[in-house]
Design a protein around this ligand. Structure first.
Ligand code: AAO
Length: 512
């Protein structure tokens, strides 16, 4: 009995840190700006068969529609109501997606925009994704409903009403983030409406939430909201399963608000993972891969059981938010694949893979003038479907990094080695490194400017393995390199510094 109570307390206290993915699957993919209909298809035809655990979707609530600039991606971060029609589709399509993804064991996480409504200059009218009337001047959002009473403006002490100084924690929480009308989360009424919104999604079957802009909300207010959340829908989840919570808090150090203030509520996005791995793989600031031997907490990242990690996100891949120029994206595909491979092979954190769309990048004085451009769309602004090419890549401007062989295969690698220790580290003191995961997988990188030819202890059982970077195991043979592990667990790795992908990964499910 005592044990049961203990287990129950543990379950209640720790549950929101668990992504609730199907056993044997570990990673999340952010299908940024995808339509619900396409995500449903992707779950069935690609994500489930390839061991993806879940999908972070773009904000599903009603948002503003802007014409200047033309339908920017970021209009979805300007809430108008909690109605569920958006650029990605109708409520019916959303429900169909959640059902179909859950039915094949792929979870859905909602990007929840609860800190604010639209920008103060959003005007009045029905230019919203469900066509609902609102008035940003009078702060009237009748279809929630919110009125002027429900906003923080009285509390904010900055001259402009906007956040002007990230070193003033009161401004950061009580003033407007880039002029977005800041909801008063201290009010029971507001907390209740937000919890109702999130609960409506839990009823539909989502597994959790990426909570937008948590730095701008007081942890105590968030606590009350999260405590009001229901357990997950028992159609797909065990009884008493708590929603997975991961909070967007940008903490690169140097500000008074830290990620650790939010650890009690759920996981937190670890932006240092993105900024620092970018710096290491680019070899900036005299960084070397050899230093990654103690990657994770050893680099003053938050504790692994609190972290959600990624190489880039929808903001920092285009210069919004933090991280700056070091962040690797699909535009730097060779280094990007390596860095993503490293992240997925390493035991640190819950991993999220980015899946982007292309835009006409136009960098002037370090700033991308086209950082606002929305997803591939028709002239009326509706988002285009994601067409799949015969070689399994995507067309029409959808990048689909998650479908790149190297990345897809490393998502599988992570599932295969899940729970195994970080082991058999080797480095050359420079940018050639290797490590294993228990006796189940091994990965080797050459990011130096010279060739690599080494014999390393892999810990794997003797046999012939298919490298899952240059190819994979298909029909009993390797489509890329073959690696032979000897009886003593050693294998020879030769990696040219000019190889298309200068890294090799093998695991026990890719053994011939
Ligand atoms: C748009 C327009 C605005 C307009 C507004 C309202 O661009 O000009 O005023 O509409 O009409 C997205 C877009 C915004 C867009 C917004 C609404 O990115 O451009 O505004 O939708 O449509 C902060 C927040 C963080 C936020 C990030 C972008 O803390 O929460 O800014 N991310 C989320 C979403 C994001 C979304 C929103 C929030 C809003 O992911 O897509 O915005 O819903 C420091 C702070 C960070 C802060 C950055 C802002 O970062 O630490 O907390 O992020 O500044 O730049 C170094 C430092 C690093 C620092 C960084 C940048 O790297 O180490 O700490 O420099 O200075």
């Amino acid at each position: 009995m005592k044990l049961l109570v203990f287990a129950w307390i543990l379950g209640v206290c720790w549950a929101q840190y668990n992504p609730n993915t199907k056993p044997g699957t570990t990673s999340i993919v952010h299908l940024f700006e995808w339509r619900w209909a396409d995500i449903a298809e992707e779950c069935e035809r690609f994500l489930a068969p390839n061991g993806f655990g879940g999908v972070q979707i773009s904000p599903p609530q009603e948002s503003i529609r802007l014409t200047n600039p033309w339908m920017p991606w970021w209009q979805r971060y300007q809430t108008i109501s909690y109605n569920l029609c958006s650029r990605s589709g109708t409520e019916k399509e959303l429900r169909d997606m959640v059902t179909r993804c859950n039915n094949v064991g792929v979870r859905i996480y909602v990007d929840a925009v609860i800190n604010h409504m639209c920008g103060a200059s959003g005007g009045a009218g029905t230019h919203s994704s469900c066509g609902t009337y609102f008035n940003a001047d009078t702060k009237d959002f009748p279809s929630v409903p919110y009125s002027a009473w429900d906003f923080n403006d009285g509390k904010c002490k900055s001259p402009s009403g906007d956040i002007e100084n990230y070193h003033d924690i009161y401004q950061v929480r009580d003033c407007r983030l880039v002029s977005l009308l800041d909801l008063a989360l201290e009010k029971d009424y507001v907390r209740g409406r937000i919890a109702e919104y999130m609960n409506s999604l839990i009823d539909i079957g989502v597994a959790g939430f990426r909570v937008d802009g948590c730095k701008h909300m007081w942890p105590g207010d968030l606590r009350v909201v999260f405590d009001k959340l229901k357990n997950l829908n028992t159609k797909w989840f065990a009884e008493n399963t708590r929603p997975f919570i991961f909070q967007e808090v940008i903490d690169l150090g140097g500000e008074p608000i830290t990620a650790s203030e939010y650890f009690g509520l759920g996981r937190v996005t670890e932006f240092k993972n993105s900024a620092k791995l970018g710096t290491v793989f680019r070899k900036w600031d005299n960084e070397k891969m050899a230093y990654l031997k103690n990657w994770g907490e050893g680099w003053s990242l938050m504790s692994s059981d609190k972290a959600v990690v990624f190489i880039d996100n929808h903001d920092n891949q285009r210069g919004h938010g933090p991280g700056g120029a070091s962040v690797l994206t699909f535009w730097d595909s060779r280094l990007y694949k390596m860095a993503t491979g490293f992240m997925l092979a390493h035991p640190y954190g819950v991993t999220r893979v980015m899946s982007s769309f292309q835009w006409p990048r136009h960098i002037v004085n370090g700033k991308d003038e086209n950082d606002w451009v929305g997803p591939p769309s028709y002239s009326d602004g509706s988002t285009k479907p994601v067409p799949i090419n015969p070689d399994s890549t995507c067309g029409d401007g959808w990048v689909c990094e998650h479908r790149w062989r190297q990345i897809k295969n490393m998502v599988i690698f992570r599932n295969v080695v899940n729970g195994e220790n970080f082991s058999y580290w080797w480095d050359n003191g420079s940018n050639q490194v290797a490590f294993g995961r228990g006796n189940k997988g091994f990965i080797v990188f050459n990011n130096d400017d010279w060739n690599m030819d080494v014999i390393l202890l892999t810990g794997l059982p003797a046999g012939t393995y298919c490298d899952v970077i240059s190819g994979q195991k298909e029909g009993g043979r390797c489509t890329g390199l073959q690696i032979t592990v000897q009886g003593d667990g050693r294998a020879r790795f030769q990696i040219s510094n000019t190889a298309e992908d200068p890294f090799i990964a093998i695991h026990i499910n890719a053994k011939l």
